[in-house]
Design a protein around this ligand. Structure first.
Ligand code: PLP
Length: 458
């Protein structure tokens, strides 16, 4: 039996039940299953649990381990930085070398007017920074009434009070009295779910028009910003029609509204470009980054900010009274810098665009799209989803919906593949180092799981 830190796995699972509250979990189910699944080690694209099961990690941890597991150089760089300077803060105009270098590096990748970066520890915190920064900006511009954020239903922007409010997950809002005032949610660009049979371009126009209608309803002079994920990840890998984002950008410009791109999942190569806004061809004023920034090796997030916003803060002479003890943590920033080196050195962005992304798309189209349970199999770069339907050729779901995907997911896990179920879809987001053979394994395992689920769903 595997032993970790002096505890065998059976003991760990007992302790997990007795003391540990895992994130986004049902504690009843945790009890029922005898504790959490304990992952003990990982290499490349494979994770191993305490019972010794190896699984292909079709989720890159939580959409984040872009360079794969087991990168010794990331551990070495963390060790060296810990010995040199394990911590110093960035409060009151102080800094350390790694976050300064990382900010400059990110400015180069973001390009254009996005030349400044604010550091946080998580995607949620980055979006909290967005919340305060945007409202501060408008107050300094003499338009303090511009407080309203427009977001989409089924968006995910994090789990803190502000970021979950920006998000459009009803099941999160019911806990804790969210959304907080000043956040408006409009329809999402979910063609399969909400525009089935409609021409994708007219659907894109309709989804974008919903934003404009809400702006007009709220009063353009009251709207501060629009926030969106280029591709909604946690909401079920919602890939908008190609012109959606350009339409959104035009609407934001028309009314002078700030445009925020939440790149927490899409950034750092996931879509085959450094950032999702580059893939879709729009220019945001603010960018939230996390996850792939350090490939999850250490917690760090970054908020990219346009020159205009920074110059407004500068001109005001006021302090931005916001920041976290670990904003710009030197060890996390040093690891992020080396992670970016790896992504560049191995051309993981280009490889996703030209090689593995198209390979995954072809495998989904050839091997999964024809399956009787599959309504749509879609992907962009190395993120994808398989929609499960009750009747081929429709978007009708099994039962009341949400029933089929967990069954298929469990068959995947039993066959050595970690994927997630989001309502009626199986979603995937593997490490960007995934090989063709591993993509074959991923797709073939989902196919076998669908076959196995078919009888149960009949
Ligand atoms: N924004 C997006 C698009 C995300 O997918 C996530 C997490 O999945 C977040 C924000 C929140 O990031 P974190 O979990 O690091 O707080």
């Amino acid at each position: 039996m595997t032993t970790v830190r002096n505890h065998d796995i059976a003991t760990l699972r007992q302790l997990d039940m007795a003391h540990h509250l895992p994130a986004q979990s049902s504690y009843a189910l945790q009890q029922q299953l005898g504790g959490s699944r304990v992952i003990t080690h990982a290499r490349g694209c494979t994770i191993t649990d305490g019972e010794g099961h190896s699984l292909l990690d079709g989720m890159a941890g939580l959409w984040c381990v872009n360079v794969g597991y087991g990168r010794e150089e990331l551990a070495e760089v963390a060790r060296a930085q810990m010995l040199e300077l394990p911590f110093y803060n960035t409060f009151f105009r102080t800094a350390t070398p790694p976050p300064i270098e990382l900010a400059a590096r990110l400015a180069g990748l973001l390009g254009g007017d996005l030349q400044h970066v604010f550091f946080n520890n998580s995607g949620s915190e980055s979006n909290d920074t967005v919340f305060r920064l945007v409202r501060t900006y408008w107050a300094l511009k003499g338009q303090p009434q511009r407080t309203v954020f427009i977001s989409r239903r089924n968006a995910y922007h994090g789990s803190t009070v502000a970021s979950a409010s920006l998000g459009g997950m009803d099941f999160m809002h019911v806990q804790g009295g969210m959304p907080i005032p000043g956040v408006e949610h409009v329809m999402q660009p979910y063609h399969f779910g909400e525009g089935f049979g409609e021409d994708p371009e007219s659907f894109a126009a309709r989804a974008a028009a919903a934003i404009e209608e809400r702006i007009l309803a709220v009063g353009p002079e009251n709207v501060a910003a629009f926030i969106g994920e280029p591709v909604q990840g946690a909401g079920g890998v919602i890939i908008p029609p190609p012109t959606y984002w350009q339409r959104v950008e035009a609407i934001c410009r028309k009314y002078g509204i700030l445009l925020v791109s939440d790149e927490v999942i899409c950034g750092f190569g996931r879509l085959g470009a450094w950032f999702g806004f580059q893939h879709f061809g729009f220019t945001p004023d603010i960018v939230s980054m996390a996850k792939g920034l350090s490939s999850g090796y250490l917690p760090i997030s970054a908020t990219g900010v346009s020159r205009e916003i920074v110059e407004t803060l500068r001109a005001s002479g006021e302090e931005f009274t916001h920041g976290y003890t670990y904003s710009g943590h030197p060890v996390c920033a040093a690891v992020a810098l080396r992670n970016l080196d790896i992504i560049e050195r191995e051309d993981l962005v280009g490889r996703t665009a030209r090689d593995t992304g198209p390979y995954l798309a072809a495998a989904l189209a050839e091997r999964l799209a024809p399956h009787p349970l599959v309504g749509e199999a879609r992907s962009l770069g190395l993120i994808g989803a398989v929609e499960i339907v009750a009747e081929k050729g429709t978007n009708r779901r099994h039962g009341k919906g949400g029933q089929a995907a967990p069954i298929v997911r469990d068959h995947c896990i039993a066959r050595g593949l970690m994927v997630r179920a989001v309502r009626d879809a199986i979603v995937m987001s593997p490490p960007l180092v995934i090989s063709h053979a591993e993509i074959d394994q991923l797709v073939d395992t989902i196919k076998a799981a669908l076959d196995a689920a078919q009888a149960e769903l009949a």
